[in-house]
Design a protein around this ligand. Structure first.
Ligand SMILES: N[C@@H](CCC(=O)N[C@@H](CS)C(=O)NCC(=O)O)C(=O)O
Length: 203
């Protein structure tokens, strides 16, 4: 199977961390978004977004949540998306929060890349507000996260890693000691160490 990805994308990192946690990373061939022609990715995923997974029979699987769900059918260990209905709902809601924080953080970064006269500061402030409220919610939820490794906790870790990578000035650890301590522990997992974000090579 082939995974279109980018080393800076928190969504791509989410599925890479999931692949490592399931022990299937060595079954994946990687295609860098920056190194492929636009049409190649769009032919497999009309949305032309990473991550996108293409199976050996040509079946395309996206987006990141669906790819992680697919990985749960491969490899070993506890499922990253629990099947018990109550646990599943808790995990999927926390995942939605982490994923939305990624959406907002990425959108705010992309806004800064417009020509100066087209940048909309109110938009950036609005996106940062979503991230900040998400961080505050997670500070209160971190005791419930504990040592769990599932799609929600690994997505929270990838969102925090992206904020460190692109929005370090936010100082998200200030006033959130429980979340900072939790992240310090989770970030030591081999799946996290092996997937630290970096700038994509210039195409
Ligand atoms: N909901 C998607 C979001 C993926 C996403 O937004 N990826 C960005 C990279 S961080 C992308 O491919 N952007 C290219 C574009 O929107 O054209 C997921 O969870 O996989």
């Amino acid at each position: 199977m082939k995974l279109y990805q980018s080393p800076s994308s928190p969504f791509a990192r989410k599925v890479l961390v999931a692949a490592h946690e399931r022990g299937i990373a060595d079954q994946i061939e990687f295609a860098l978004m920056a190194g492929i022609r636009n049409g190649e990715l769009a032919a497999d995923n009309p949305l032309a977004k990473v991550p996108s997974l293409v199976l050996d029979d040509g079946t395309a699987i996206y987006d990141s949540l669906v790819i992680v769900s697919y990985f749960d059918g491969l490899g070993a260990g506890p499922a990253l998306i629990p099947s018990d209905p109550a646990a599943r709902t808790t995990v999927l809601v926390r995942h939605a929060l982490a994923n939305g924080m990624m959406d907002a953080a990425v959108a705010s970064v992309m806004e800064t890349r417009r020509p100066d006269d087209k940048i909309w500061p109110d938009f950036i402030q609005d996106q940062h507000g979503k991230v900040t409220r998400g961080l505050d919610t997670l500070e209160g939820d971190v005791a419930a996260m504990g040592d769990d490794v599932d799609i929600s906790t690994l997505s929270v870790a990838c969102a925090l890693g992206y904020i460190d990578f692109r929005l370090g000035d936010m100082g998200w650890r200030n006033g959130r000691p429980a979340l900072a301590a939790w992240y310090e522990g989770f970030a030591k997992r081999p799946s996290m160490i092996g997937t630290v974000p970096s700038n994509p090579p210039s195409a």
